[in-house]
Write a protein that binds this ligand. Sequence first.
Ligand code: TNX
Length: 528
Amino acid sequence: MPSAETTSTVWPAIPTPAQLRAGPPIRLAPGRHLTLTGADQGSSDWFTELANTLHGIDVTHPHGTGHSRADIVVDIDPSQPGPSPSGIDPRPHPHAAEHYRLVASTAGIRITAASPAAAFRALSTTAQILEVREGQVWAHAATVADVPRYAWRGLSLDVARHFLPAADIRSVIDLLALYGLNVLHLHLTDTEGWRLESRTWPALTRSETSGARNYYTRAEFNDLVAYAARRQVTIIPEVDLPGHTGSAIDAYPDLEGDRPARHPRLRFLHPDVDLARSFATDVVREFAEIAPGPFLHIGGDEPFGMHYEDYARFVHHVHTVARESGKRVVGWQETARTGVLDHRDVVQYWLDLPDEFDPEAIKTTVPSEYHPLVDHAAETFRAAPGDPPAAVRSGVPLLMSPNSRIYLDRPYSEQAATSSQEHDRSRLGLPAYRPTTLEQSYSWTPDGLAAEIAPEGATVAGVEAAMWGETLTSMDDLAFLLLPRLVGVAERAWSRSPAPWRTHQATWNTQARFWSALSFNGYFQVDR
Ligand code: TNX
């Protein structure tokens, strides 16, 4: 149990609302039970589940008279005025407003929300300000007016390197929903595996047949999309082309035509190989079909070993097919070099590796067969500073995923993170990265960074953390790298008044309990 002192001094909910006047703790209900009225079905189900999971509180939904006397009353009022977030809206229902007002007092919690999506956000905040003490429900007194800073608030998750069963993806979606994040970008294909069943190229998922199934069937994926939508999260699938395609080439060696790569890590799809083009056409159409959101991620990162011209022609082909399939395109930063993307698309900025990548130093640590790969990487990374300005010239908004801050596969600097655990967690995070402190990961602003990398003035679509899977072996590994940094990402992405570092850190006392209640054994071990 948190002490009363903690409760009275720290506003525990993340993200911090745009406007907040917080008061002392108040008693909301005499038993472990709350009544809720006026919310749409989706938000109401979500709150009921959350209150139960996080606090063991039972929520009921009175009908008829007594409505307005419920502990929590929601009024969905589309005419409620409010500013819109900046950036690009990725949700299936693009203009669903998310702003709400909330008053918590001894008379109960009163919410006015601009839409069901806004009610959902308000109730996620509500769930985080509750607390059960001696069998009674308490809350923080508060007056809140809230609206997100950016429309796109996401997590990119690599299920190609480490496959996560659908049940685990659902847990991740719950976590995103709790913190007002609204995009789950799934990196579904890479050299290590292809994780979405294909109708047109069925051998893609047949490469590893031993043990448990390590790809999503189409039906299962549809269910995930629907589960996410009920939690106001849009799934954006990524098919990574033309590099990072080793698993496809393993399954269909003819995709390389008569241009076999010199090294297994330097394989890619070439625009002059007819089969490679028709493959791309088919898989892009399938990925476009599988999720209803307006965006499709086409990858485009690290086309190691490719001539620039060939890369640009391939991206052009993929972009054309995506557009014909009704999609706007997201591409990793390198796609800005092609000039193919336009104002309807999004470029995902990631390459801020200032002095960390030293090719000659790396060559002394890897076998010589890898040296061509290192040279190609160096070439790709050297050109990186030109990408954001190129995107701005083409009018393409930037999605901010700065590697040095919000690549969650960076090792932690903090000793406590690895030494005090039951298991050795020092193997987690890519060893090639310099360890990052929690404070470094938190202390940046998307607009500030955009102004540095594109002084010409970029449009910032939003913020997306990236969780790559190379070092993961289990859901606990994932939890350890994901939390607490993901909550800082949510704060940066949503809040118009982000908490100062110390204040943000103080919320973890409360938040870590929520993580374990949601079955995430993060960086902080919590007694349950
Ligand atoms: C670079 S970020 C990659 C991934 C790796 C990641 C490791 C990006 C677009 N490509 O293939 O997993 O670094 O952090």
